[in-house]
Design a protein around this ligand. Structure first.
Ligand code: AMP
Length: 416
Protein backbone atom coordinates (compact mmCIF):
# COMPACT_ATOMS: atom_id res chain seq x y z
CA UNK A 1 0.00 0.00 0.00
CA UNK A 2 1.30 3.43 -0.72
CA UNK A 3 0.76 7.15 -0.39
CA UNK A 4 -0.25 8.97 -3.52
CA UNK A 5 1.42 12.38 -3.33
CA UNK A 6 1.12 15.55 -5.39
CA UNK A 7 1.25 16.04 -8.29
CA UNK A 8 0.15 12.40 -8.92
CA UNK A 9 -2.81 12.81 -6.55
CA UNK A 10 -4.12 15.66 -8.72
CA UNK A 11 -3.85 13.41 -11.74
CA UNK A 12 -5.92 10.74 -9.95
CA UNK A 13 -8.59 13.34 -9.27
CA UNK A 14 -8.68 14.45 -12.92
CA UNK A 15 -8.82 10.81 -13.99
CA UNK A 16 -11.99 10.28 -11.96
CA UNK A 17 -13.37 13.58 -13.25
CA UNK A 18 -12.93 12.56 -16.89
CA UNK A 19 -14.54 9.21 -16.10
CA UNK A 20 -17.50 10.84 -14.32
CA UNK A 21 -18.06 13.20 -17.25
CA UNK A 22 -17.92 10.33 -19.75
CA UNK A 23 -20.45 8.11 -17.99
CA UNK A 24 -22.74 10.79 -16.53
CA UNK A 25 -23.22 12.02 -20.10
CA UNK A 26 -24.75 8.58 -20.73
CA UNK A 27 -27.12 8.63 -17.75
CA UNK A 28 -25.04 6.85 -15.11
CA UNK A 29 -25.20 8.11 -11.52
CA UNK A 30 -22.66 7.57 -8.78
CA UNK A 31 -22.92 5.09 -5.93
CA UNK A 32 -20.52 5.23 -2.98
CA UNK A 33 -20.62 1.78 -1.38
CA UNK A 34 -18.87 1.07 1.93
CA UNK A 35 -15.32 -0.26 1.96
CA UNK A 36 -16.37 -3.08 4.24
CA UNK A 37 -19.10 -5.66 3.64
CA UNK A 38 -20.34 -8.83 5.28
CA UNK A 39 -17.97 -11.47 3.97
CA UNK A 40 -20.94 -13.38 2.49
CA UNK A 41 -21.41 -10.64 -0.13
CA UNK A 42 -18.12 -11.71 -1.68
CA UNK A 43 -17.97 -15.42 -0.89
CA UNK A 44 -21.41 -16.08 -2.34
CA UNK A 45 -20.31 -14.76 -5.72
CA UNK A 46 -16.68 -15.71 -6.06
CA UNK A 47 -15.94 -18.79 -3.99
CA UNK A 48 -13.80 -20.42 -6.66
CA UNK A 49 -11.69 -17.37 -7.48
CA UNK A 50 -8.31 -16.40 -6.07
CA UNK A 51 -9.60 -12.90 -5.43
CA UNK A 52 -12.14 -14.23 -2.94
CA UNK A 53 -10.60 -17.47 -1.69
CA UNK A 54 -7.01 -16.32 -1.17
CA UNK A 55 -6.68 -12.57 -1.41
CA UNK A 56 -9.36 -11.07 0.80
CA UNK A 57 -8.62 -8.91 3.82
CA UNK A 58 -11.21 -10.41 6.14
CA UNK A 59 -11.56 -10.31 9.90
CA UNK A 60 -14.05 -10.62 12.74
CA UNK A 61 -15.10 -7.19 14.06
CA UNK A 62 -15.86 -6.19 17.65
CA UNK A 63 -19.50 -7.22 17.15
CA UNK A 64 -18.46 -10.74 16.09
CA UNK A 65 -19.34 -10.13 12.45
CA UNK A 66 -17.14 -11.71 9.82
CA UNK A 67 -16.42 -8.84 7.41
CA UNK A 68 -14.07 -8.16 4.50
CA UNK A 69 -12.54 -5.10 2.86
CA UNK A 70 -14.03 -5.16 -0.63
CA UNK A 71 -11.79 -6.78 -3.26
CA UNK A 72 -14.00 -5.30 -6.01
CA UNK A 73 -17.26 -3.35 -6.18
CA UNK A 74 -19.64 -5.25 -8.45
CA UNK A 75 -20.80 -7.48 -5.59
CA UNK A 76 -21.35 -4.39 -3.40
CA UNK A 77 -23.42 -2.73 -6.13
CA UNK A 78 -25.61 -5.83 -6.41
CA UNK A 79 -25.95 -6.06 -2.64
CA UNK A 80 -27.01 -2.36 -2.64
CA UNK A 81 -29.56 -3.11 -5.35
CA UNK A 82 -31.10 -5.94 -3.34
CA UNK A 83 -31.23 -3.69 -0.29
CA UNK A 84 -32.62 -0.48 -1.86
CA UNK A 85 -34.38 -1.70 -5.02
CA UNK A 86 -33.87 1.40 -7.21
CA UNK A 87 -36.09 1.44 -10.32
CA UNK A 88 -34.84 -0.52 -13.30
CA UNK A 89 -32.89 -0.08 -15.41
CA UNK A 90 -30.40 1.08 -12.83
CA UNK A 91 -27.27 2.66 -14.34
CA UNK A 92 -24.61 3.46 -11.81
CA UNK A 93 -20.88 4.29 -11.63
CA UNK A 94 -18.33 4.13 -8.84
CA UNK A 95 -14.76 4.85 -7.94
CA UNK A 96 -12.53 4.15 -4.96
CA UNK A 97 -10.08 1.70 -3.45
CA UNK A 98 -10.27 -2.10 -3.35
CA UNK A 99 -8.09 -4.46 -1.36
CA UNK A 100 -6.46 -7.70 -2.44
CA UNK A 101 -3.68 -9.55 -0.68
CA UNK A 102 -1.62 -10.02 -3.84
CA UNK A 103 2.11 -10.00 -4.46
CA UNK A 104 2.84 -6.31 -5.02
CA UNK A 105 4.67 -5.43 -8.24
CA UNK A 106 4.54 -2.84 -11.03
CA UNK A 107 0.86 -2.09 -11.65
CA UNK A 108 -0.26 -4.43 -8.85
CA UNK A 109 -0.87 -3.22 -5.31
CA UNK A 110 -2.72 -4.41 -2.23
CA UNK A 111 -4.81 -1.27 -2.18
CA UNK A 112 -5.69 -0.05 -5.65
CA UNK A 113 -8.31 2.24 -7.12
CA UNK A 114 -10.78 1.45 -9.85
CA UNK A 115 -13.50 3.28 -11.72
CA UNK A 116 -16.42 1.32 -13.07
CA UNK A 117 -20.04 1.16 -14.17
CA UNK A 118 -22.83 -1.36 -13.67
CA UNK A 119 -26.29 -1.61 -15.24
CA UNK A 120 -29.01 -3.79 -13.77
CA UNK A 121 -32.25 -4.86 -15.40
CA UNK A 122 -31.47 -4.91 -19.14
CA UNK A 123 -30.83 -8.00 -21.29
CA UNK A 124 -30.66 -6.15 -24.65
CA UNK A 125 -27.30 -6.76 -26.37
CA UNK A 126 -27.32 -3.08 -27.39
CA UNK A 127 -26.57 -2.33 -23.75
CA UNK A 128 -23.47 -4.54 -23.92
CA UNK A 129 -22.39 -2.37 -26.83
CA UNK A 130 -23.09 0.85 -24.89
CA UNK A 131 -21.11 -0.34 -21.89
CA UNK A 132 -18.13 -1.51 -23.94
CA UNK A 133 -18.19 1.74 -25.95
CA UNK A 134 -18.20 3.90 -22.81
CA UNK A 135 -14.98 2.29 -21.61
CA UNK A 136 -13.51 2.68 -25.07
CA UNK A 137 -14.52 6.36 -25.22
CA UNK A 138 -13.09 6.98 -21.77
CA UNK A 139 -9.66 5.72 -22.84
CA UNK A 140 -9.92 7.95 -25.91
CA UNK A 141 -10.82 10.93 -23.67
CA UNK A 142 -7.59 10.33 -21.74
CA UNK A 143 -5.75 10.48 -25.04
CA UNK A 144 -4.81 6.77 -25.20
CA UNK A 145 -4.56 5.37 -28.71
CA UNK A 146 -3.05 1.95 -28.26
CA UNK A 147 -5.82 0.22 -26.32
CA UNK A 148 -6.95 -3.18 -27.57
CA UNK A 149 -10.46 -4.42 -26.95
CA UNK A 150 -10.88 -8.18 -26.57
CA UNK A 151 -14.29 -9.78 -26.40
CA UNK A 152 -15.73 -13.22 -25.84
CA UNK A 153 -18.96 -14.87 -24.77
CA UNK A 154 -19.27 -17.55 -22.11
CA UNK A 155 -22.75 -18.48 -23.29
CA UNK A 156 -25.67 -19.27 -21.01
CA UNK A 157 -25.04 -20.86 -17.62
CA UNK A 158 -25.91 -24.29 -19.04
CA UNK A 159 -23.56 -23.76 -22.03
CA UNK A 160 -20.87 -22.71 -19.66
CA UNK A 161 -21.44 -25.75 -17.51
CA UNK A 162 -21.22 -28.18 -20.44
CA UNK A 163 -18.15 -26.36 -21.67
CA UNK A 164 -16.54 -26.45 -18.23
CA UNK A 165 -17.15 -30.21 -18.04
CA UNK A 166 -15.61 -30.74 -21.46
CA UNK A 167 -12.62 -28.62 -20.42
CA UNK A 168 -12.23 -30.54 -17.17
CA UNK A 169 -12.11 -33.84 -19.11
CA UNK A 170 -9.56 -32.42 -21.55
CA UNK A 171 -7.26 -30.94 -18.91
CA UNK A 172 -7.61 -34.03 -16.73
CA UNK A 173 -6.27 -36.18 -19.56
CA UNK A 174 -3.20 -33.90 -19.67
CA UNK A 175 -2.96 -33.21 -15.95
CA UNK A 176 0.63 -34.34 -15.57
CA UNK A 177 1.80 -32.03 -18.38
CA UNK A 178 0.23 -28.94 -16.79
CA UNK A 179 2.11 -26.52 -14.54
CA UNK A 180 1.62 -27.05 -10.82
CA UNK A 181 -0.44 -23.82 -10.63
CA UNK A 182 -2.70 -24.94 -13.45
CA UNK A 183 -3.23 -28.31 -11.74
CA UNK A 184 -4.43 -26.55 -8.59
CA UNK A 185 -6.65 -24.25 -10.65
CA UNK A 186 -8.06 -27.26 -12.49
CA UNK A 187 -9.36 -28.75 -9.26
CA UNK A 188 -11.09 -25.50 -8.32
CA UNK A 189 -12.23 -24.10 -11.66
CA UNK A 190 -11.25 -25.70 -15.00
CA UNK A 191 -12.32 -22.58 -16.92
CA UNK A 192 -9.65 -20.54 -15.21
CA UNK A 193 -6.90 -22.83 -16.56
CA UNK A 194 -7.49 -21.00 -19.86
CA UNK A 195 -6.21 -17.88 -18.07
CA UNK A 196 -2.82 -19.43 -17.38
CA UNK A 197 0.10 -17.56 -18.89
CA UNK A 198 2.62 -20.38 -18.19
CA UNK A 199 4.51 -21.55 -21.25
CA UNK A 200 4.11 -25.26 -20.44
CA UNK A 201 0.31 -24.86 -20.34
CA UNK A 202 0.20 -23.21 -23.78
CA UNK A 203 -0.05 -26.29 -26.06
CA UNK A 204 -2.62 -28.01 -23.83
CA UNK A 205 -4.75 -24.87 -23.76
CA UNK A 206 -4.43 -24.52 -27.55
CA UNK A 207 -5.79 -28.04 -28.01
CA UNK A 208 -8.70 -27.52 -25.59
CA UNK A 209 -12.37 -27.61 -26.71
CA UNK A 210 -13.73 -24.31 -28.05
CA UNK A 211 -16.56 -22.41 -26.42
CA UNK A 212 -18.14 -21.65 -29.84
CA UNK A 213 -19.23 -25.27 -30.11
CA UNK A 214 -21.27 -25.02 -26.91
CA UNK A 215 -23.42 -21.89 -27.46
CA UNK A 216 -27.21 -22.18 -27.39
CA UNK A 217 -29.04 -20.35 -30.19
CA UNK A 218 -29.85 -17.48 -27.84
CA UNK A 219 -26.24 -17.12 -26.72
CA UNK A 220 -24.95 -17.22 -30.29
CA UNK A 221 -27.48 -14.56 -31.38
CA UNK A 222 -26.69 -12.31 -28.43
CA UNK A 223 -22.98 -12.49 -29.15
CA UNK A 224 -23.47 -11.80 -32.86
CA UNK A 225 -25.55 -8.71 -32.07
CA UNK A 226 -22.86 -7.38 -29.74
CA UNK A 227 -20.23 -7.83 -32.43
CA UNK A 228 -22.47 -6.19 -35.04
CA UNK A 229 -23.13 -3.21 -32.73
CA UNK A 230 -19.40 -2.69 -32.18
CA UNK A 231 -18.90 -2.84 -35.95
CA UNK A 232 -21.66 -0.24 -36.39
CA UNK A 233 -19.90 2.11 -33.96
CA UNK A 234 -16.55 1.53 -35.66
CA UNK A 235 -14.97 0.12 -32.50
CA UNK A 236 -12.29 -2.42 -33.39
CA UNK A 237 -12.08 -5.61 -31.31
CA UNK A 238 -10.28 -8.89 -31.15
CA UNK A 239 -12.16 -12.11 -30.47
CA UNK A 240 -10.38 -13.85 -27.62
CA UNK A 241 -11.80 -17.29 -26.84
CA UNK A 242 -9.63 -17.59 -23.78
CA UNK A 243 -11.10 -14.54 -22.13
CA UNK A 244 -12.90 -16.02 -19.13
CA UNK A 245 -12.25 -13.20 -16.61
CA UNK A 246 -11.26 -13.59 -13.00
CA UNK A 247 -14.60 -13.66 -11.25
CA UNK A 248 -17.05 -16.53 -11.35
CA UNK A 249 -20.29 -14.80 -12.07
CA UNK A 250 -19.89 -13.84 -15.71
CA UNK A 251 -22.33 -15.06 -18.38
CA UNK A 252 -22.67 -14.16 -22.06
CA UNK A 253 -20.45 -11.22 -23.01
CA UNK A 254 -17.02 -10.75 -21.44
CA UNK A 255 -14.49 -8.15 -22.51
CA UNK A 256 -11.16 -6.70 -21.58
CA UNK A 257 -9.20 -3.59 -22.53
CA UNK A 258 -5.48 -4.26 -22.90
CA UNK A 259 -2.80 -1.59 -22.91
CA UNK A 260 -0.84 -1.78 -26.17
CA UNK A 261 2.36 -0.65 -24.49
CA UNK A 262 2.23 -2.90 -21.43
CA UNK A 263 3.88 -6.21 -20.66
CA UNK A 264 1.53 -8.98 -21.76
CA UNK A 265 1.27 -10.68 -18.35
CA UNK A 266 0.15 -7.41 -16.77
CA UNK A 267 -1.54 -5.58 -19.63
CA UNK A 268 -5.22 -5.61 -18.62
CA UNK A 269 -6.31 -2.04 -18.01
CA UNK A 270 -9.76 -3.29 -17.08
CA UNK A 271 -12.60 -5.48 -18.13
CA UNK A 272 -16.03 -6.72 -17.39
CA UNK A 273 -19.03 -8.56 -18.70
CA UNK A 274 -22.55 -9.74 -18.12
CA UNK A 275 -23.40 -11.30 -14.83
CA UNK A 276 -27.06 -12.24 -15.16
CA UNK A 277 -27.60 -14.28 -11.99
CA UNK A 278 -25.49 -12.36 -9.50
CA UNK A 279 -28.35 -10.36 -7.96
CA UNK A 280 -30.29 -13.59 -7.43
CA UNK A 281 -27.27 -15.12 -5.75
CA UNK A 282 -27.40 -12.23 -3.25
CA UNK A 283 -31.06 -12.79 -2.40
CA UNK A 284 -32.74 -10.54 -5.00
CA UNK A 285 -35.07 -11.35 -7.90
CA UNK A 286 -33.57 -12.65 -11.17
CA UNK A 287 -32.00 -9.50 -12.64
CA UNK A 288 -29.74 -9.02 -15.62
CA UNK A 289 -26.49 -7.16 -15.00
CA UNK A 290 -23.46 -5.94 -16.88
CA UNK A 291 -20.52 -3.70 -16.06
CA UNK A 292 -16.80 -3.12 -16.09
CA UNK A 293 -14.02 -1.98 -13.78
CA UNK A 294 -10.87 -0.19 -14.89
CA UNK A 295 -7.70 0.10 -12.83
CA UNK A 296 -6.23 3.56 -12.28
CA UNK A 297 -2.67 2.39 -11.84
CA UNK A 298 -2.24 0.45 -15.02
CA UNK A 299 -4.20 2.96 -17.08
CA UNK A 300 -1.92 5.73 -15.85
CA UNK A 301 1.16 3.63 -16.68
CA UNK A 302 -0.27 3.26 -20.19
CA UNK A 303 -0.77 7.05 -20.29
CA UNK A 304 2.88 7.55 -19.31
CA UNK A 305 3.99 5.12 -22.02
CA UNK A 306 1.98 7.01 -24.64
CA UNK A 307 2.95 10.41 -23.17
CA UNK A 308 -0.69 11.47 -22.74
CA UNK A 309 -2.74 12.73 -19.77
CA UNK A 310 0.30 14.23 -18.00
CA UNK A 311 0.48 15.34 -14.37
CA UNK A 312 -0.10 19.06 -14.11
CA UNK A 313 1.60 21.30 -11.59
CA UNK A 314 -1.02 23.38 -9.90
CA UNK A 315 -0.31 27.02 -10.65
CA UNK A 316 -0.77 29.53 -7.89
CA UNK A 317 -1.89 33.01 -9.00
CA UNK A 318 -0.55 35.07 -6.13
CA UNK A 319 1.94 34.85 -3.28
CA UNK A 320 1.47 37.53 -0.65
CA UNK A 321 4.60 38.99 0.97
CA UNK A 322 3.89 41.06 4.04
CA UNK A 323 6.72 42.65 6.04
CA UNK A 324 4.43 44.56 8.40
CA UNK A 325 3.70 41.70 10.79
CA UNK A 326 1.32 39.36 8.95
CA UNK A 327 -2.10 40.93 9.41
CA UNK A 328 -2.09 42.36 5.87
CA UNK A 329 -1.20 38.92 4.47
CA UNK A 330 -4.15 37.47 6.40
CA UNK A 331 -6.55 40.05 4.93
CA UNK A 332 -5.16 40.02 1.39
CA UNK A 333 -5.04 36.26 0.90
CA UNK A 334 -8.62 36.09 2.17
CA UNK A 335 -9.73 38.86 -0.22
CA UNK A 336 -7.96 37.27 -3.18
CA UNK A 337 -9.32 33.79 -2.50
CA UNK A 338 -12.85 35.15 -2.15
CA UNK A 339 -12.41 36.83 -5.52
CA UNK A 340 -11.84 33.36 -7.00
CA UNK A 341 -8.07 33.55 -7.47
CA UNK A 342 -5.57 31.27 -5.77
CA UNK A 343 -3.21 32.66 -3.16
CA UNK A 344 -0.68 31.53 -0.59
CA UNK A 345 1.58 33.33 1.86
CA UNK A 346 4.43 32.85 4.31
CA UNK A 347 4.00 32.61 8.06
CA UNK A 348 6.06 33.26 11.20
CA UNK A 349 7.00 36.89 10.37
CA UNK A 350 9.92 35.92 8.18
CA UNK A 351 12.24 38.48 6.53
CA UNK A 352 11.46 40.05 3.16
CA UNK A 353 14.24 38.02 1.57
CA UNK A 354 13.00 34.74 2.95
CA UNK A 355 9.38 35.51 1.94
CA UNK A 356 10.48 36.37 -1.62
CA UNK A 357 12.34 33.07 -1.78
CA UNK A 358 9.17 31.28 -0.68
CA UNK A 359 7.21 33.21 -3.31
CA UNK A 360 9.62 32.05 -6.03
CA UNK A 361 9.53 28.46 -4.82
CA UNK A 362 5.72 28.47 -4.74
CA UNK A 363 5.56 28.85 -8.52
CA UNK A 364 3.09 31.73 -8.16
CA UNK A 365 2.78 34.05 -11.14
CA UNK A 366 2.85 37.28 -9.17
CA UNK A 367 3.93 38.43 -5.73
CA UNK A 368 1.87 40.96 -3.87
CA UNK A 369 4.13 42.93 -1.58
CA UNK A 370 3.10 45.06 1.40
CA UNK A 371 5.75 46.96 3.40
CA UNK A 372 5.29 49.77 5.89
CA UNK A 373 5.25 52.43 3.11
CA UNK A 374 2.47 50.64 1.22
CA UNK A 375 0.54 50.10 4.43
CA UNK A 376 0.73 53.80 5.26
CA UNK A 377 -0.40 54.89 1.76
CA UNK A 378 -3.03 52.20 1.10
CA UNK A 379 -1.07 50.76 -1.82
CA UNK A 380 0.31 47.32 -2.76
CA UNK A 381 3.14 46.28 -5.05
CA UNK A 382 2.37 43.71 -7.78
CA UNK A 383 5.55 42.05 -8.98
CA UNK A 384 5.59 39.68 -11.91
CA UNK A 385 7.60 36.72 -10.69
CA UNK A 386 8.23 35.32 -14.16
CA UNK A 387 9.74 38.65 -15.24
CA UNK A 388 11.50 39.84 -12.10
CA UNK A 389 11.95 43.40 -13.29
CA UNK A 390 8.31 44.22 -13.86
CA UNK A 391 6.48 45.69 -10.95
CA UNK A 392 3.83 48.28 -10.27
CA UNK A 393 2.31 50.01 -7.31
CA UNK A 394 -1.49 50.01 -7.27
CA UNK A 395 -4.12 51.29 -4.85
CA UNK A 396 -5.70 48.61 -2.64
CA UNK A 397 -9.14 49.52 -3.96
CA UNK A 398 -8.07 48.57 -7.53
CA UNK A 399 -6.31 45.41 -6.49
CA UNK A 400 -8.59 42.77 -7.95
CA UNK A 401 -8.92 44.46 -11.35
CA UNK A 402 -5.16 45.11 -11.64
CA UNK A 403 -4.32 41.59 -10.51
CA UNK A 404 -6.58 40.06 -13.14
CA UNK A 405 -5.06 42.32 -15.81
CA UNK A 406 -1.59 41.27 -14.80
CA UNK A 407 -2.48 37.57 -14.65
CA UNK A 408 -4.05 37.63 -18.11
CA UNK A 409 -1.24 39.64 -19.70
CA UNK A 410 0.88 37.59 -22.10
CA UNK A 411 4.04 37.97 -20.02
CA UNK A 412 2.55 35.86 -17.23
CA UNK A 413 0.18 33.73 -19.30
CA UNK A 414 2.78 32.51 -21.77
CA UNK A 415 4.75 30.96 -18.99
CA UNK A 416 1.92 29.06 -17.37
P1 AMP B 1 -10.60 -7.14 -12.00
O1 AMP B 1 -11.48 -6.49 -10.96
O2 AMP B 1 -9.74 -8.23 -11.43
O3 AMP B 1 -11.34 -7.53 -13.23
O4 AMP B 1 -9.56 -6.03 -12.45
C1 AMP B 1 -9.91 -4.95 -13.26
C2 AMP B 1 -8.72 -4.03 -13.37
O5 AMP B 1 -8.37 -3.52 -12.10
C3 AMP B 1 -7.45 -4.71 -13.86
O6 AMP B 1 -7.41 -4.76 -15.24
C4 AMP B 1 -6.37 -3.79 -13.30
O7 AMP B 1 -6.20 -2.64 -14.12
C5 AMP B 1 -6.98 -3.36 -11.99
N1 AMP B 1 -6.45 -4.18 -10.89
C6 AMP B 1 -6.87 -5.39 -10.45
N2 AMP B 1 -6.15 -5.81 -9.40
C7 AMP B 1 -5.21 -4.84 -9.18
C8 AMP B 1 -4.16 -4.66 -8.23
N3 AMP B 1 -3.91 -5.56 -7.28
N4 AMP B 1 -3.41 -3.53 -8.30
C9 AMP B 1 -3.65 -2.59 -9.24
N5 AMP B 1 -4.64 -2.70 -10.15
C10 AMP B 1 -5.42 -3.80 -10.13
Amino acid sequence: MRDVMAPESGRWRRFVQVFAETVEAAGYQQIIPPLLEDIGVFTRVGEATDVVSKEMYDFVDKGDRHVALRPEQTASVCRAFVQHRPTLPWKTWYTGPNFRYEKPQRGRFRQFDQVGIEVLGVTDPDLDVEVIALGWNFFAALGLRRVELKINSLGEPSDRLRYTEALARHFDRHRSELSEDAQTTLTRNPLRVLDSKRVEDGPIIAAAPRIDDFYSDEAATHFRRVCDGLDDLGIPYIRDERLVRGLDYYRFTTFEYAGGTLDSAQNALGGGGRYDGLVEELGGPPTAGIGFALGLDRTLIACDDEAVFPTLDSVLDVFVVDTTGGREALLLTDEIRRAGLTADRAFDGRSMKSQMKAADRSGARVALIVGSDELATGMVVIRDLRHGAEQMVVPRSDLEVRLRQQLSSPSTKDQS
